[in-house]
Design a binder for this molecule. Structure first.
Ligand code: AMP
Ligand code: GLY
Length: 440
């Protein structure tokens, strides 16, 4: 089968790496891809949000399966576009319908969905410019810190956590009246602050059946000790050591099963990934932590995919075929029990202003670790250049988490360019928890 993968990040390189290992993958195309995906298949100069362009490509290259990496084409309705086009209807598209993608596209929709299906999440209300005074009152009824979320997609920046009540009220006005996050913040979800440890759960579903993929933890802040600005993610670890079998049974019973059942009950076509951001509260409870949903995403995480996908031993094309055919209950999912640790290397200045076009050296010297490219490209002479904020990452599989981390750091040390930066504390909180049995 010829497969088209949409996207260009480290997530897509990790997905392309697994797709290309399948005997069922004949030709793999990645649009637009990066210098790393070019080693797994053929990169195409095509914008994933240009649906007509995608259609033309699918027809010309006889594509049998399209895997959608990022959320934007999903929220814009690529699955509905495929379902409506005669020539695309039989193409297996891995990604939910527009109605399904609204779980990520609208925080208010996601919260209302969770309320309808009694899925544990923080108490909330939604406000617009019309009822901003009620929004102020709701803030007064909550304890600090205050959590304000732009309803729509805001490039991962739409969440404010504020300690001061007056400041929270001001920001509420800035969001709903001043367009702080543009149209995305014309509606704002205000919710209770949850204290706990965050982790991510990934699910592949056909809309009725599901498989729970390996868990992961990512490191969102730019600075060590989780300080500074939010980024797309500076590293990841899989599995999450405290998410043992008992805890995952709780997550499945309280969250995963009701989510998939809820989608089916509401007749929402959903073939693809559900990425559930969890806050694990009451970490010291005798019954283990209590999971609450912080957010849904309708895609895999980045850089979580770079530690989750290398642990999937099963043929991912086979899994995706089952997902598209509605037969995921017949699929097998084998997971490598080893730990995976991913260290993301970024351009100095990221997530704000940074330079592109710096030459990268040392990638070929890495042994025993995987290297996934994010923002990279090759110039006409074949030199590898930086081409984004998050540039490249190293992932290592190992029997122990400390060894996986050490080896990924050792590999990262080989990869150099001027202005390279990475956090040195990926996974340290988990190691400390394993030693102390205490969360930070
Ligand atoms: P979101 O985009 O909804 O994932 O929010 C971004 C980040 O804000 C999350 O990864 C959490 O670290 C934090 N956050 C969001 N909602 C809450 C909440 N209700 N309580 C505590 N932290 C939160
Ligand atoms: N690493 C978080 C995300 O992909 O949204």
């Amino acid at each position: 089968m010829n497969i088209l993968l949409l996207g260009s990040g480290g997530r897509e390189h990790a997905i392309a790496y697994k797709l290309s290992q399948s005997a069922q993958c004949q030709n793999l195309y990645i649009a637009p891809g990066n210098a790393g995906t070019a080693a797994c298949g053929t990169n195409l100069d095509l914008n994933p949000e240009d649906f007509e362009g995608v259609k033309k490509c699918v027809e010309e290259k006889h594509i049998g399966m399209v895997v959608v990496g990022p959320e934007a084409p999903l929220v814009a309705g690529i699955a509905d576009f495929f379902a409506a086009e005669e020539s695309l209807r039989n193409v297996k598209l891995i990604g939910p319908s527009k109605a399904g993608a609204a779980l990520e596209g609208s925080k208010d929709h996601a919260k209302a969905f969770m309320a309808r299906h009694a899925i544990p999440t923080a108490r909330y209300r939604t406000f617009t410019a019309e009822n901003v005074a009620e929004g102020e009152q709701f803030l007064e009824s909550l304890q600090p810190p205050y959590v304000l979320k732009a309803d729509g997609l805001a490039a991962g920046k739409g969440v404010l956590i504020i300690n001061d009540l007056a400041e929270a009220k001001q920001e509420l006005h800035n969001m709903v009246e001043g367009g702080k996050f543009g149209q995305a913040s014309s509606r704002v979800v205000i919710e209770e602050y949850l204290e706990g440890v965050e982790m991510s759960v990934f699910v592949l579903t056909d809309g009725h059946n599901y498989k729970i993929l390996p868990t992961a933890k990512d490191y969102k802040r730019i600075g060590e000790g989780d300080t500074g600005l939010n980024t797309g993610g500076m590293g990841s670890v899989s599995p999450v050591p405290f998410a043992d079998k008992e805890f995952m049974r709780k997550v499945e019973r309280l969250i995963v099963a009701p989510t998939v059942k809820g989608l089916a009950k509401e007749k929402t076509p959903y073939c693809g990934f559900i990425f559930i951001g969890l806050m694990c509260c009451n970490m010291q409870s005798a019954d283990g932590p209590d999971p609450y949903v912080i957010e849904y995403n309708v895609r895999m995480g980045d850089p979580e995919t770079e530690s989750v996908f290398p642990r999937i031993k099963s043929d991912v094309v086979d899994l995706f075929i089952h997902a598209a055919n509605g037969t995921l209950d017949k699929a097998t999912l084998d997971i490598d029990p080893r730990y995976a640790a991913c260290v993301m290397m970024v351009a100095k200045g990221y997530p704000e202003k940074y330079a592109k076009g710096r030459e990268i050296s040392g990638v070929d010297e890495v042994e025993g670790s995987l290297v996934f490219h994010a923002g990279t490209r090759r110039d006409a002479e074949g030199r590898l250049l930086t081409n984004g904020g998050r540039v490249i990452c190293t992932t290592t599989l190992s029997e122990s988490l400390p060894e996986a981390l050490l080896k990924s750091y050792y590999a990262a040390e080989h990869i150099k360019w001027s202005g390279r930066y990475y956090r040195h504390d990926i996974g340290q909180d988990l190691l400390r928890m394993m030693i102390d049995r205490q969360p930070l």
